[in-house]
Design a protein around this ligand. Sequence first.
Ligand code: ATP
Ligand code: MG
Length: 657
Amino acid sequence: PRKLSIDYAAALNPQQLAAVTAGDGPSLVIAGAGSGKTRTLVYRVAYLIDSGIDPSHILLLTFTRKSAQEMLDRAGELIGSRSERVCGGTFHSVANMLLRRYGRTIGVEPGFTILDRGDAEDLIALVRSQLGLNEKDKRFPRKGTIAEIFSKAENTLRSLDDILLEEFSHFADHLDALGQLQRGYQAAKRQRQLADYDDLLVLLRRLLTEDPHAQESISSLYRYILVDEYQDTNRLQADVIRKLASTHQNVTVVGDDSQSIYAFRGATFKNIMEFPALFPGATIYKLEENYRSTQPILNLANCIIEEAAEKYSKRLFTRKLDGPLPTLAEAAGENAQSRFVAQKILELREEGVPLGEVAVLFRSSFHSFDLEIELSRRGLPFVKRGGVKFIETAHVKDLLAHLRVVANPLDAVSWHRVLMLVEGVGPKKAQDLLASLVKSDAPYRVLRDVGGRSGQGLKNLAHTLESLAGSADLGTAEQVNHIYEYYLPILKEQYDDYPKRTRDLDHLHTIAEGYAEVGQFLADLALEPPDGSAVDVEAPDRDDERMVLSTIHSAKGLEWQCVFVIWIVDGKFPSLYSFVADEDLEEERRLFYVAVTRAKRHLYLTYPINVFDKSSGMLLSKPTRFLDHVSPAMFEQLALIEEGGHSDWRRYRDDSY
Ligand code: ATP
Ligand code: MG
């Protein structure tokens, strides 16, 4: 037998070792937070390469591209540069790549355009008005809701009828119209070579089903498939995995049903439970030791998840017995909460905890706005994850739309956006132009031939686009620059705060410099927009010098020495909307469990006691109901006492609770 280059037994516990060194065939690792599932996958990659598997035959699927990269970097530290040839990415990025390579047989051209959620909604609205569907009806669902309904249907492999009747019954009257709209939307995407996020997977599944030749090539390319965070996959993804692996069944998935937090996108923790049925003969591994957190943090996490209605994983233990109790801090208001967090971070830094080991987590992106101001005021650098990305802002989308119509002249959504920016073009005019543009094979001439009030603007536009289309040798950054020059006067005209917005465009230019190919640049931006805005660029380059502010959803799989979870106010977290259905409340509980289990040593849970509510004014809040059954002995409880202009954090007396 081959001599292995790593001492696997020294780096892994016996269960992890068994999963890492398992022979061919399907396997499932199911275990709680911090038990080393991701580490197991990293070692599995190294082990496969170590035992002679060609790295390019390995496919690693993760929830973000960044985490795929980090896992492969870690595998590289173990096994050397061979790991660079492993194919790693998200389901969407892999689907994108395979469709561009093999999609022609099912009518997908390599130059197709990816619609992000906003684009998809715009196209739905466009098709609706073209079809003249119930335009005056105020009770017709709005474009965002329609997009959600369509997406749910795709991701859960259910019919539109099913989704409407079960989850959106108040729109059931519109079933026929929505059916017509769905067909129109699908036809529009097909005709114009557009694919929304769901289509990437739907089309890949179709390719694997309908083109045996492509199926065979892909299946013999990826002979080992590894999936992290399997609890957050949906039925469609599970089916894609099954089809990818149909000839060899070499699939290793890891996950934790208690951390399933993407039901709103159609994910289901039931995928984990059903894995053995989908892959008969699967070996199941369970990991029980937590290597991340101290005992006091784990005690709290165990308490929270114990109350869950459905769960399969076992209770975790740790050998890190000592550590401070988690803190539950009550602040007078939001601003006091921000001051508390900032002050604690400064204290922790004094104690030697680097900023890069600190994270502040919250349920919704806007929960951190006040804190962001406080941190900036004190000069504490941070990067924000989750929430609105700079790429989703109007001006960045405007600029990109120009590049997109050049790349795909059939892209109606981007044409619409581009035309509406031209002086003298209103919605009616844009619609008319659009109709003649997508029919013509010389769109630029159509634009040049328009007279009247918008004539000059359209000529300028045609000139700009045409010069790009004709210069294949221009680099991506140069193309961005070219559009920028055309767009700047429009930007100044449209926005008072244009100086700030030009910084975002500069940032876009910097990103573009990393790309030789415009197509790849556009696809990457649509699939996984970079974090933060241009403002962050001014912060230090090194990640260990700034803390992370993140939605809990974007903190999945990560860990920090010190974690703050802010706004744990009942009605905010869990959200009011989740009180209605048990399964929604259960999802919020799992989200809280994910948040708490990110902490290695210090955990602070904070809430403002006075909360402003739009309809009722000031309200007295209470902490999240998920702590109702947790013994007060599990916390250190603090409250802000303010006396004569002097404020201090005091320990809460237990009996006051
Ligand atoms: P999550 O459910 O949050 O994704 P996970 O199960 O993927 O967690 P990992 O992130 O792989 O857990 O591991 C948590 C921490 O424990 C990491 O810092 C990892 O390096 C460490 N760890 C895991 N297993 C071992 C081990 N056998 N020996 C030493 N450290 C370990
Ligand atoms: Mg993990």
